[in-house]
Design a protein. Structure first.
Length: 367
């Protein structure tokens, strides 16, 4: 099969590296997605292990779709019967960007009808019962080209199953995992997030240090599919548990807001990593990093939602005075504020463009 992993913009290379590390074949990254070739076991393994990908799709086909007729004929030509049994439910979701076909309800209706016509002919049925397992068809229209997928994930992979509560501006887990991956944190040094909010970055750091598969405790849509043996899920989960590490980790997380800390502790407990993280109420502006070697990864307020621009500038100046001279610490600070380096008082060693939802940010890295 050709499998596809959609990603947040800026994370394609990291997701591709993850897939290569997992042993996947013919991995190639494109804008907003990574493609690779694999079988059912590869789909299961990618679902359990991917930290920076949003979903795992099966790519059924791609073709030009400048008109509704072209969309209908293109969908009807795809081998849906290879995956969708005769009694399966197959709802359709469409998206459209820079394409002539802009009406999503019409697109969804046409894709549904074309797939149903194909399946009805193959199975010899005038009307498909749709009483069995659910297999979601996704149709992406971009620049008059259609991509048709089956969504094996169901709920997005960034929803690991542990975030019970969050603060006003939660960071997506896949983005937090990407920041941890870019820092190369493996649990051998002190870790600190001084603006921890609901604990997402610290929890992802703990999961990485433990080498725990992020999807281990959640379910996936494809677990209910008859085309993928359930034994594969049991076998891959057991194999993932055997690969976990054990150790003493110094992972610190602090925040000034006691309500956010309560959320963070609850989330860490649900993620099974509470024993590895020390949560403390503290003001980042007066926080002493200490003499030990460490890595600081954080997502401070931007001045977009939680603070105004003036307050954000004052905050960056204050933490810059505390942190910028810490030669033994590596700093990774994500913000959309374009004047961050000026306020912080030091040019970054390296910058990387990332997206926090729809907000374009820079990850400022200090080595």
């Amino acid at each position: 099969m050709t499998l596809c992993v959609p990603c947040l913009f800026g994370l394609e290379g990291l997701a591709a590296d993850e897939l290569r590390y997992l042993g996947m074949k013919e991995v190639r990254s494109e804008t907003g997605r990574v493609l690779f070739e694999g079988d059912e076991r590869d789909l299961v393994r990618a679902s359990l292990w991917l930290r920076t990908g949003e979903r795992v799709y099966i790519l059924l086909g791609e073709f030009p779709a400048p008109s509704f007729d072209a969309l209908f004929e293109g969908v009807k030509a795809l081998p849906w019967e290879d995956f969708i049994p005769r009694n399966a439910r197959f709802p359709v979701k469409c998206s459209s960007l820079d394409s002539a076909l802009k009406s999503l309800p019409d697109c969804q209706r046409i894709v549904k009808k074309a797939a149903a016509d194909r399946l009805g002919r193959v199975y010899g049925l005038e009307r498909l019962p749709e009483t069995g397992e659910t297999m979601l068809i996704r149709c992406s229209l971009m620049k008059d080209r259609a991509s048709l997928y089956l969504d094996s994930s169901g709920v997005s992979l960034h929803k690991r199953g542990w975030r019970a509560n969050s603060n006003e501006a939660p960071l997506r887990e896949t983005l937090a995992a990407a920041m941890v991956k870019l820092s190369r944190f493996k649990g051998r040094e002190t870790f600190l997030d001084p603006f921890c909010g609901s604990g997402t970055i610290a929890i992802e750091a703990a999961l990485a240090a433990l080498n725990r598969a992020p999807g281990l405790e959640r379910s996936f849509a494809a677990e209910g599919w008859s085309v993928i043996p359930r034994a594969l899920w049991r076998e891959e989960r057991a194999a993932a548990r055997e690969k976990e590490y054990r150790g003493d980790y110094r992972i610190l997380a602090s925040d000034l807001d006691p309500k956010a800390l309560a959320f963070a502790r609850e989330n860490a407990q649900k993620a099974g990593v509470a024993e590895y993280i020390t949560f403390t109420q503290a003001d980042a502006r007066t926080l002493d990093l200490g003499p030990e070697k460490g890595v600081l990864i954080t997502n401070p307020p931007y001045g977009d939602r939680l603070l105004d621009a003036r307050e954000a500038d004052q905050l960056y100046r204050a933490v810059g005075r505390r942190w910028r001279a810490q030669a033994d610490w590596r700093l990774y600070i994500l913000t959309s504020n374009l004047d961050f380096e000026k306020s912080f008082g030091r040019r970054a060693s390296k910058r990387r463009k990332l997206y926090n939802g729809m907000i374009q940010c820079q990850l400022y890295m200090y080595f």
